[in-house]
Each structure stands twice: as structure tokens, then as C-alpha cells.
Ligand binder design. Structure first.
Ligand code: ALG
Ligand code: ZN
Ligand code: ZN
Length: 319
């Protein structure tokens, strides 16, 4: 919060002075973390895709989302908040992550997230593949205890191993549950669809702490019903939101590694996010953007707007 005597937060570059397409592509053209005295909210890139099971390329996600975020404006009408004015928001750049050693990378994400968070900063992380949710949740757990996870994804990501490997982008929420990071009574997936490995997958995911709003529920239930279900499940717990961009239909997000037909529109996802106003949001990630498969920044723009909405929610809850 800006008190009397403290200068107001440094906002994005003024688009009426320097055209949006000019200059550095920080997220929303925000200042870099190094260029401000401090920040309460950081947008942070984790360029990493060593955990993927199908198409690689999410290591280029953070840069693509930043590039696609140049047109964002300072006022969010649906949530009635100026996310960059409530308190200082800055772009913390990218993590330096070892692409050859997955365990070292997970530890490095955890250490860097802990460092950046300090005692009170909140992080919105742009990935990177979904493996990174595990170290990010470890750090959230240190601060808040078991976390209510709101997981938007086509996939459960509660599978056990791939090729015997326990740490992959299809397994972060099983590992997180096993480590006790997840609030087992208040977490949920949204957007689940597509073929599974077995009919047991859904039961297992429930045992690991997640209820599920399936993509097909959105065909039959009004969006307010879906929002009520989600809010009812999360309650007043500290909520961490993890958005795998493949929760969107491939028409709305072609630029991703494991696309599945029948997904949410970007309008549906943004509307669900807006329905979370007033919840105790503690952090978020937006992962799995793989620009090599994108066209005309469709996926990048969706991810940039989702990140902006998450920022607006984070800031809205601290007004
Ligand atoms: N995109 C994420 N995070 N997970 C997808 C894993 C799907 C699979 O390999 O069967
Ligand atoms: Zn997914
Ligand atoms: Zn995922």
C-alpha cells in the first residue's frame, strides 16, 4: 500500500509517449524489479521445458507472453481496479534454470522463488512447463501452510510417473499432494477433458485432494453455477491459482505442447477468474505456452490477459 509520503508505484511505460511496439518487452511494459526500490507483486519468468511429455518449446513461453502483453492497459473495468497502481508491480525477469538436470532445475526454481518472495512479495510466474508448479507450491506452503489449489488444465497432472520419472509436467500435483503442500479439502481442477490413461485416474486425483469441474460441465451449467462450485470449494483459504494454458481450446490456445479438443474459450476462463474477486489469492502461475505452435500471438495474448486478470485479482484483494 502506498502511504502518505511514499511515492506512488512506478507504472508501465506511457503508451502515449513511447509506442507500444517500441522498447523492452517487460510484462505489460512494467518496470524491471531492479529499477524500482521494491515491489509487492512480481511477474517472473521461468523458461524451462525439460519436464514435457510431448511437444517441447515452453522454455520460450515467458518471452512470448511478455511480447504479447504490450497492449495491456492500466484499468481493469470488470474488476474495477488499476492493478499497477494499488502497489508496486514489477517484472523480475527470468530464472536461470539448468535445462539438463531436472532435479537441479526444480531446486533452483524453489530457491529463486523463495528469494524473490522474501517475507511478503507475491509472485505471478510465467512458465515454463507445468513441472514448475511443484517448487512454487513448496514456497507457498512455507508461508501459508496447506494451499487451496485452483488448477485450470485440460489434464489432471496427478499422474505418478512417466518412463519411471517422478518429476514431469504431468505429475506436479501428485508430488505436491504427497508432500503435504495441498489443502486436500479445498482444491479443485477446472477444465478437465480428453482421454485418460485409465478409469482410475479421476478417483486417484480425488484421493490426492482435487475435485474436478470438467470442461463438459461448462456446456451444461451456467458460468455462475461453475463459479459458485469453485468458490464453495476454495472457501476462505489461501488460494494458489495454476493456469495451464491448454485449459483453453486449441482454437484459443494453439501454442502449447499437449493440446486437447473441447476446451474453454478465453472468454469463459476470464469470466471464471473474474468470479473469484474477493478470494484470498496468494500467488499464481500461467504455464505451458509454447510459441513455436502459436499463430498471430493467439496463445500469447490469451496468456497475457490471464496474467493481467490474475494481477488484478491479487491487487484487488489488497486494496
Ligand atoms: N500439459 C501438462 N501439464 N500435462 C500433460 C501431460 C499429458 C500426458 O503426457 O499424458
Ligand atoms: Zn495441460
Ligand atoms: Zn498441466
Amino acid at each position: 500500500m502506498t502511504g502518505s509520503g511514499t511515492p506512488p508505484p512506478v507504472g508501465p511505460v506511457d503508451a502515449t509517449r513511447i509506442p507500444r511496439y517500441a522498447g523492452d518487452a517487460t510484462f505489460a511494459r512494467l518496470p524491471r524489479f531492479d529499477d524500482v526500490p521494491d515491489a509487492e507483486v512480481l511477474v517472473w519468468g521461468v523458461p524451462f521445458d525439460t519436464g514435457v511429455s510431448y511437444r517441447p518449446g515452453a522454455r520460450f513461453g515467458p518471452g512470448h507472453v511478455r511480447q504479447s502483453s504490450r497492449l495491456l492497459r492500466p484499468y481493469h473495468p470488470a474488476l474495477d481496479v488499476e492493478p499497477f497502481a494499488v502497489s508496486q508491480v514489477a517484472d523480475a525477469g527470468d530464472a536461470g534454470i539448468n535445462p539438463f538436470d531436472l532435479s537441479a532445475a526444480i531446486t533452483a526454481v524453489e530457491d529463486a522463488a523463495r528469494d524473490l518472495s522474501g517475507t511478503r512479495r507475491r509472485l505471478i510466474t510465467i512458465g515454463g512447463d507445468h513441472t514448475i508448479a511443484l517448487p512454487l507450491l513448496r514456497v507457498q506452503h512455507e508461508r501459508h501452510g496447506p494451499i487451496a489449489v485452483l488448477h485450470f488444465d485440460a489434464h489432471l497432472d496427478t499422474w505418478d510417473t512417466y518412463f519411471g520419472a517422478p518429476y514431469t509436467h504431468g505429475t506436479p500435483f501428485r508430488r505436491a499432494s504427497e508432500e503435504g503442500l495441498i489443502d486436500l479439502s479445498h482444491s479443485t481442477h477446472v477444465g478437465i477433458r480428453g482421454p485418460l490413461y485409465s478409469r482410475l485416474d479421476l478417483d486417484e486425483s480425488e484421493k490426492l485432494g482435487f475435485t474436478a469441474v470438467h470442461a463438459r460441465d461448462l456446456v451444461r451449467q451456467p458460468i455462475d453455477t461453475v463459479i459458485d462450485r469453485v468458490r464453495g470449494r476454495l472457501g476462505d483459504r489461501p488460494v494458489y491459482v495454476s493456469v495451464d494454458i491448454d485449459v483453453l481450446d486449441p482454437a484459443h490456445a494453439p501454442g502449447t505442447g499437449t493440446p486437447e479438443a473441447g476446451g474453454l474459450s478465453s472468454r469463459e476462463l476470464l469470466e471464471i477468474l473474474r468470479g473469484l474477486d474477493g478470494l484470498n489469492l496468494v500467488g499464481a502461475d500461467v504455464v505451458e505456452v509454447a510459441p513455436a505452435y502459436d499463430h498471430a500471438e493467439i496463445t500469447g495474448i490469451a496468456a497475457a490477459h490471464i496474467t493481467y486478470d490474475l494481477l488484478a485479482l491479487l491487487q484487488g484483494s489488497h486494496r
